[in-house]
Design a protein around this ligand. Structure first.
Ligand SMILES: *Cc1c(COP(=O)(O)O)cnc(C)c1O
Length: 379
């Protein structure tokens, strides 16, 4: 075995397309190193084109985008915001930043996303006690869109806003439209291991101009339009910088290629492992096209002969990174006091799930190395 065979295989590392440096060079040449400048405007316009969302505000993170979305809707102390249980905590912390209470909805097996039937139960419950939820924020898990139409059907009669956490679903589609397009607002992330990255960043998109204008204003310390610094409201320092936006413009050029490659990687794993007893793959819902940000398997340890953690440790010994499925929010000690609806499905997915390395620059031999190691764990 050559030394390079033992190089570390990361879960989903950054993969530059090549033109990022040119955009960054433009930022340097124009001396727009400080926040704002033409690259930020360009990135927002490019993202509008790709997503179909008329208005976009480039921000410092996906978490910041969700925080602003909830703030713009007036979420405050004691309000209820409904979220997915099976998600990353950045999806939910903004609810707490505003002093509101999250309520967690379990997944369904069809999509692993928020179960619309349980959402309907939760909405009925809160309406019945006279506490209409201020927003519903489903996560598009691992790059698969939530069933927006079914969710909207439940929310429309009560006029409850839909904010999509599309942090993981950049480039994914729902019934022919980009992830998040049907929401009132959608939050995206360009953090280091997402399908495309700006090194760190986020974006809030909407067809409503007022919301996005307000997001930009709040993201820059809510300064009144006066020559001196006057403030009537509390804002944040959440704007994306011009240098970071330059990286994003280069990454958007290769987004379609990244989705194609992520899907190829998923298919490669599936062809190699799906026939093993006890191994199955995250399904793709019929209404959309998943970006397959992460390839996720379910392991039935009785049938396969090893559990996900044993596989993770075996991979780690071979210098290969893998990761458990998100631990559901309703199981998190920090949210022990929060209400939840259902929970068994996400608990099962957490117990059986494993995210496999799927960087878009991975070679066939990296994939084969990972696959061989997994196969060896079985009986
Ligand atoms: C990554 C992620 C976030 C947070 O995005 P950041 O840019 O890291 O703040 C929020 N929700 C989900 C589901 C994520 O995966």
């Amino acid at each position: 075995m050559s030394a390079s065979n033992k190089d570390r295989i990361y879960l989903s590392p950054p993969h530059m397309g090549g033109t990022e440096k040119d955009f960054v060079q433009q930022a340097f040449d124009s001396n727009f190193i400080a926040p704002l400048g033409p690259q930020v405007n360009g990135f927002e316009q490019d993202f509008s084109k790709i997503s179909g969302l008329a208005h976009c505000a480039a921000l410092s993170s996906g978490t910041a985008a969700l925080h602003l979305a909830l703030r713009i809707l007036g979420v405050g102390k004691g309000d209820v915001v409904i979220a997915s249980s099976l998600t990353f905590i950045g999806s939910v912390t903004p609810v707490k930043f505003l002093g509101a209470e999250p309520c967690f909805i379990d997944s369904d097996y069809k999509s692993w996303n928020m179960d619309p039937d349980l959402l309907a139960q939760a909405v009925d419950y809160y309406i019945s006690i006279g506490k209409k939820p201020k927003a519903v924020v489903p996560t598009d898990l691992y790059g698969q869109c939530s069933d927006y139409d079914r969710i909207l059907e439940i929310l429309k009669p009560h006029d409850i806003p839909l904010i999509v956490d599309a942090a993981e679903s950049v480039g994914a589609m729902y019934k022919g439209e980009h992830a998040g397009k049907r929401a009132l607002m959608a939050a995206y992330s360009f953090n280091g291991n997402k399908i495309i990255t700006t090194s760190g960043g986020g974006l809030l998109g909407s067809d409503n101009k007022e919301y996005i204008d307000r997001a930009r204003w709040l993201s820059q310390q809510a300064k009144e339009p006066l020559p001196y610094y006057e403030h009537n409201e509390i804002g944040y320092n959440y704007r994306m910088s011009n240098v970071v936006a330059a990286i994003g413009r280069g990454q958007l050029e290769v987004l379609a290629d990244r989705v194609t490659r992520k899907r190829e990687i998923f298919d490669y794993y599936k062809n190699a492992l799906d026939n093993l007893t006890g191994i199955s793959f995250m399904p793709e819902a019929e209404y959309g096209k998943c970006n397959r940000w992460l390839t996720v398997i379910l392991v039935d340890d009785n049938k396969f002969g090893a559990n996900p953690d044993q596989i993770r440790i075996a991979l780690e010994k071979e210098n290969i990174e893998s990761r458990p499925v998100w631990k559901p929010m309703h199981m998190q000690p920090v949210f022990a006091d929060c209400r939840s609806f259902g929970g068994k499905v996400s608990e099962d997915l957490f117990a059986k799930g494993l995210c496999l390395p799927c960087g878009t620059a991975m070679s066939k031999s990296d994939l084969d190395r990972t696959i061989e190691c997994i196969k060896k764990c079985g009986k």
